[in-house]
Ligand binder design. Structure first.
Ligand SMILES: [Zn+2]
Length: 243
């Protein structure tokens, strides 16, 4: 049976049998994989602490004839201790892991998604940027990697570049982005500050000083849009399976 080494982030774990656990891991090399670790629920298991959720791990996997591959060796490279000690940070981290888990099918490799998750967890661990901003930036980039890029640097309706000449701003859920004052699209009115925050977010830049009200506004918009868009993606997976 084939054995190979991978690098990944533990997204979630479930009990399996009397002493085993089933892990969902997002690996750099193979995308999302489900693997069983034998005996890790025994008190003296050495591998158990390395396989904590959120951990960045290096591990070896053995292919088997049974449904799941098994984990052989495992070593945690980063356990993101600071995140785990903080309820808000860990909530954000688990949410990001959950998005990756729900919106990817197994064994579709995407190293950019792995990098995005790893970088976002490291940013949360450093805790220098507002948590809401880290999550929104993660959502925008994840959607782009999955093929659902938002229009945040130009008008989603007419293509006009975002700049100071826009006298009002809307966010259109239907078109998936900002709409300028010349376009009479249905959408949610945004303040200049919120529109600018979204624009900078699309360029991977951040404002020097975050206005907390704007941040909360864009967080809600991006979060709603992400869950709606990616929810449609899951429905399309399910439809494809039925065909
Ligand atoms: Zn326009």
């Amino acid at each position: 049976m084939k054995v190979y080494s991978l690098t990944g982030i533990v997204l979630k774990k479930n009990t399996s049998g009397d002493s085993d656990r089933l892990y969902t891991i997002y690996s750099k090399e193979k995308g999302k994989i489900a693997v069983v670790a034998k005996g890790v629920r025994k008190i003296n298991s050495r591998r158990n602490p390395h396989l904590d959720t959120l951990n960045l791990i290096k591990f070896s996997v053995r292919e088997s004839k049974s449904k799941y591959k098994t984990i052989e060796e495992v070593k945690a490279q980063n356990s993101f201790k600071y995140i785990k000690e903080d309820l808000d940070l860990s909530g954000a981290a688990y949410y990001m892991c959950d998005l990756i888990s729900r919106f990817n099918e197994e064994e579709h490799e995407n190293p950019d998604q792995f990098e995005l998750l790893q970088q976002s967890l490291s940013t949360l661990e450093n805790n220098l940027i507002p948590l809401n901003y880290v999550v929104s930036a993660f959502e925008v980039r994840l959607m782009k990697l999955l093929g659902y890029e938002l229009y945040l640097d130009k008008c989603a309706s007419c293509g006009r570049k975002f700049d100071d000449s826009w006298t009002s701003h809307k966010f259109s859920f239907e078109l998936g982005g900002l709409c300028c004052n010349r376009c009479n699209n249905f959408g949610m009115e945004l303040s200049n500050d919120s529109a600018e925050t979204l624009y900078l977010l699309s360029l991977n830049k951040k404002k020097k000083n975050h206005n907390m009200r704007s941040l909360s506004e864009i967080t809600n918009i991006i979060n709603t849009f992400t869950l709606y868009t990616l929810g449609q993606r899951v429905k399309s997976f399910e439809l494809l399976r039925k065909i």
